[in-house]
Ligand binder design. Sequence first.
Ligand code: LMR
Length: 347
Amino acid sequence: MRPISHFKKDYGYRIYIIFLLIMMALPASTLSGSDPKIIRFSHVVSENTPKGWGAMELARRVNKALKGKVRMEVYPNGTLFNDNQAIEAVAMGSLEMAAPSTAKFKGFVPGLQLFDIPFLFSDLHAVHKTMDGEIGRELKSIFRKRALGIQLLDFWDNAFKQFTCNTNPLTTPNDFKGMKFRIMDSEILEAQIEALGGVGYQSAFSDVFDLLSEGKMDGQENTASNIYTQHYHTVQHYMTLSNHGYLGYLVIVNQAFWEGLPWPVQKKISAILKEVTLGVREKAIAFNQHALTALKTYAETHDAFEIVSLTSDEKQALQRAVAPVEKEFKDLIPKRWLETIQHDHGL
Ligand code: LMR
């Protein structure tokens, strides 16, 4: 017979091993005694758009990498909040994440309307240089310093915007006279339409289709991917390939929530987000090209919808008409930023 002391030692060791095995089989959340942190990501566009893809991809990868610690849930199509509500909710901590367009931050960081200045960026490369460089870093620190309750994590692309209209093709500034255009919530966009002779009305994205179909607005401006997925082409007669301004997003998170996440979790999400941002840049081009092709096909098969290209003279005339807008807002946008962008473009 084995001495009692050995038996006790052996028995204790076995219990210890069983305990370890049970602990290893349990999700991390159970170990720490807490459920996974829920990150609700709210946005207003359809899933098959650059932002829609970005949100889903971010959630897919975060949920895989941080299983048990974090669970990201995506709410597309404005099912949870419209953009203005989402920004407020992130600031207040009643929503964790969102990615509203830069224009929507007018009341928080007015300088962000930089991205709305018509014809400021010559191409996406110029936009990325701004976001990835000194101006992007400065914007992130403005959010931190102003203690808005919002942390700016990254910038996501959509594309350059096109005009659509119901009454006549828009090729010269004269064609905009007296027309009502739905715009995003930006004073610069309002001034842009005014400079062309029209009137801009700020309204929520979720209302645009009805405003156009009920004839309450004559036109609007948006990217091909938004025009196509929101079916504006079915309620508008003309689309002008104007590429007159950029539309992109700020990926934001509630500051206190973010700072409350364990450092390794923050680090992992940031690393995944960085990769997803690069993916969004590629997908944004693909989604917008696909949407434009689909819109062209629609135009070929439907008399009620026409796509109009601009000659370089026509484009220059539009550029000249909106040129005063930049100067009008010189107190809103730091001169330094404009100089950096113009210097980068070699202007
Ligand atoms: C809009 O309001 O037109 C855009 O901000 C929608 C979006 O998120 O792309």
